[in-house]
Design a protein around this ligand. Structure first.
Ligand code: SAH
Ligand code: AVI
Length: 325
C-alpha cells in the first residue's frame, strides 16, 4: 500500500513538469500566427492506441511496407550491426517491428526504448520483457529531440545502435532532422550505426489517401489532440466543430495536417481565450517524404554516411543503414 502511494507521488513529480511544458507549448502554439501544435502531443494513451489502429488501415501502407522489408532483410541488417550492441529505439510505440531485429541480433546487451507516451511505453516494455526473458529492457520516457542520457547498465562499454523506424523522422522539419542525426552520431560514436525507416515520395493520391482514411481513424487521431487539451489542461474545445484536413504539398515534399474550425468560436485554456474564425486552421503535423537522394543528403549533413538502403518492389518505403563518419 505504502509503495503504491510512493509510486503515485513519484509519477506526479514526473508529470508536473511535463504538464507545465504541455500547457506552455499549447498556449504558445495557439497564440502563434499561423497557429500550430507540436505533433508529439498526439501521443497520450488514447493517441498511441489510435496510431496502432492507423497502422492496420488499408490506406496506411507505411507500417505494412516497412514490416515486409524487415521480414525479408532483417537477417542481413542484423549481421551488419554486429554482436553485443546496445539497441536504442526512438519513438518505439508498441515496439512491434523491433521484435524482428531482436530475433536476429547477436546477443544485444540491452534494449532502451525511448518514447514520450509514458504509460504506453511502460506497457510495451513489460510485454517485451515477458516475451524476451533474457533481455534487459530499460524504457526511457523522454523527448528524443532533447538531450538523451542513456542509463548506464553494463560493465563493458556499450556500443549503441539506434533504431528509428516508422518514418517518424518525417514528422521533423529538415533542420530538426539534421540536428537529431547530429546528436545521434555523438551518442553512437565513431563506427556507430543508425537504422532509419523513411517513407518515400510517390503518387500524390496514394499519399493523400494514407492521411484521409475512409473510416476516419486519422481524423480521430488528429482530433484527440483537442480532447487531450480539454482533459489535461481543462480546455473547452468544441471538438465536433473542428475538422481534419490533410493534403500533400509538393513544393515541400510533405503531407500537412490541420484542424480547421468550421465556425467562428471562442476557446478557453487556463486563463487564456482564443478566437477562431470560421475556416481558421491549427497545423498539427508535417510528414515529410524523402527520396534516396534527399536521404543521402540528410545523412551527410547529420554526420552519417548512408551505407545501404532496402526498399519494397514498388519503391514506397525505405529502411536505411547509416554509419557515423
Ligand atoms: N515506431 C513505431 C511507432 C511510430 S508512431 C512504429 O514504427 O510503428 C511515433 C512514435 O513516436 C509514438 O510512439 C510517439 O509517442 C513517439 N514520439 C513522437 N514524437 C516523439 C518525441 N519527440 N520524442 C519521443 N517520442 C516521440
Ligand atoms: C508517426 N508518423 C510517422 C506518422 C506519419 O505517417 O507521419 C503519424 C501519422 N499521422 C497521421 N497518420 C499517421
Amino acid at each position: 500500500m505504502r509503495s503504491r502511494s510512493l509510486e503515485h507521488l513519484l509519477l506526479l513529480e514526473v508529470r508536473q513538469p511535463a504538464l507545465a511544458a504541455f500547457r506552455r507549448d499549447v498556449l504558445r502554439g495557439l497564440s502563434a500566427s499561423p497557429r500550430e501544435l507540436p505533433c508529439k502531443y498526439f501521443y497520450d494513451v488514447a493517441g498511441s492506441e489510435l496510431f496502432e489502429r492507423i497502422t492496420t488501415l488499408d490506406e496506411y501502407y507505411l507500417t505494412r511496407t516497412e514490416k515486409a522489408i524487415m521480414d525479408r532483410d532483417v537477417a542481413e541488417i542484423a549481421a551488419l550491426l554486429g554482436p553485443e550492441c546496445l539497441l536504442v529505439e526512438y519513438g518505439s510505440g508498441s515496439s512491434t517491428k523491433t521484435r524482428l531485429l531482436l530475433d536476429h541480433l547477436d546477443a544485444p546487451t540491452a534494449y532502451v526504448p525511448i518514447d514520450v507516451s509514458g504509460e504506453f511505453l511502460r506497457w510495451s516494455a513489460r510485454t517485451l520483457e515477458r516475451d524476451y526473458p533474457g533481455l534487459r529492457v530499460t524504457p526511457v520516457c523522454a523527448d528524443f529531440t532533447g538531450p538523451i542520457n542513456l542509463p548506464s547498465m553494463t560493465s563493458r562499454p556499450a556500443r549503441p545502435v539506434v533504431y528509428f523506424p516508422g518514418s517518424t523522422i518525417g514528422n521533423l522539419t529538415p533542420p530538426e532532422a539534421v540536428a537529431l542525426l547530429r546528436r545521434t552520431a555523438e551518442l553512437c560514436g565513431t563506427g556507430g550505426a543508425l537504422v532509419l525507416g523513411a517513407d518515400l515520395q510517390k503518387d500524390h493520391d496514394v499519399l493523400e489517401a494514407a492521411y484521409n482514411d475512409r473510416q476516419g481513424v486519422t481524423a480521430a487521431f488528429n482530433r484527440n489532440l483537442l480532447a487531450r487539451i480539454n482533459r489535461e489542461l481543462n480546455g473547452d474545445f468544441s471538438i465536433e466543430h473542428f475538422q481534419h484536413r490533410a493534403f500533400y504539398c509538393p513544393s515541400f515534399a510533405r503531407i500537412e495536417i490541420y484542424l480547421q474550425s468550421t465556425r467562428r468560436q471562442r476557446v478557453h485554456i487556463a486563463d487564456k481565450e482564443f478566437l477562431f474564425l470560421g475556416g481558421e486552421s491549427i497545423r498539427t503535423e508535417y510528414s515529410y517524404k524523402y527520396t534516396l537522394e534527399s536521404l543521402r543528403d540528410l545523412a551527410q549533413l547529420g554526420g552519417f554516411k548512408l551505407e545501404r538502403t532496402w526498399t519494397d518492389n514498388r519503391g514506397y518505403f525505405s529502411v536505411n543503414l547509416l554509419t557515423v563518419c
